[in-house]
Design a binder for this molecule. Sequence first.
Ligand SMILES: [Zn+2]
Length: 321
Amino acid sequence: MENKIFETKTGIKVIDTPFLTAQLSLYLILEGDKAVLIDTGVADTPKTYIDKFLSDNGLSYSNIENVIITHAHHDHFGGNYYVSQKNPLIKFISHKLDYEWIEDHQKHYHEMYLTHAPIWMPDEAYKDGLLQMCGKNSVVHQTMDDPKTTLNLLGNWQLEAIHIGSHTKGEIILHSKKHDTVFTSDTIQGCGSQLETGCAVFPLINDLEKYIDALHLLRDLNCHYVCTSHQGVLDKAEFTIEIETSFKFIEDLLNNIKGLFNNPISLNELVDSLWKEFYSNYEKGFQIYATTYAFCNYLKDKEIISKISDDGVLKWVMTKA
Ligand SMILES: [Zn+2]
């Protein structure tokens, strides 16, 4: 939907920035002359876009009291160092399960991108590009670890942080009853994101059970405005389509995976077959390995498949009834 309509109705500002060949939206909640910023983009986002946005709106970093980081990915926390240098009084908030990756980018790189090494590993150029987008290390001041945390911000104003934990372990969504708005960050994965290069990025789902719960939760919240990080603000009709697309993607992927267990199969073989047969329009990047692994764990929890060691190689097999 149009940012203007959303901004007029809620008083929340949208900071739209380009991100690689996609889009990245940050949000600024204003109460009087005090503000909360949701996410900071990649390392050069604040200097390139937030500086100008603030001055165009008669604001500065001194108006910002809090920054909430929705999850520990470089396009959400990368601008933290720059923002913290502009106003050292800003309190940075995140979920407890994500704060170490948000603070320490070498740790983030090693624990996330090397999860499936050596089956999938970034090369040096990928690593350097990633760490550059992460910016310098910077501190998180307050962490949350309850399923729901009510944040009392900007005087007498409340924002509910709800733990999701699928896209990253400490992923949260933020619900504002007052504005009938939910900030979903990257929670709704749809069928991934299309790049201008013609290629697409596979959805990143690390916990399928939690992802399904999140989609149901968002549907039940039934907010008028759904603020996403990469598709801007959705109205109810657009949101409904995204939720349906997300459920359909999960169902198809589960069925496609289940069809490949005729023989014991490793993660590497499984991704190869999935990619060749169904998903060759996607990048064969970290996401397809992580998501396939998560879907297999889901099937294993349901006792549909089990794991064996085939001469030292871990493989999944169909569980005999
Ligand atoms: Zn993300």
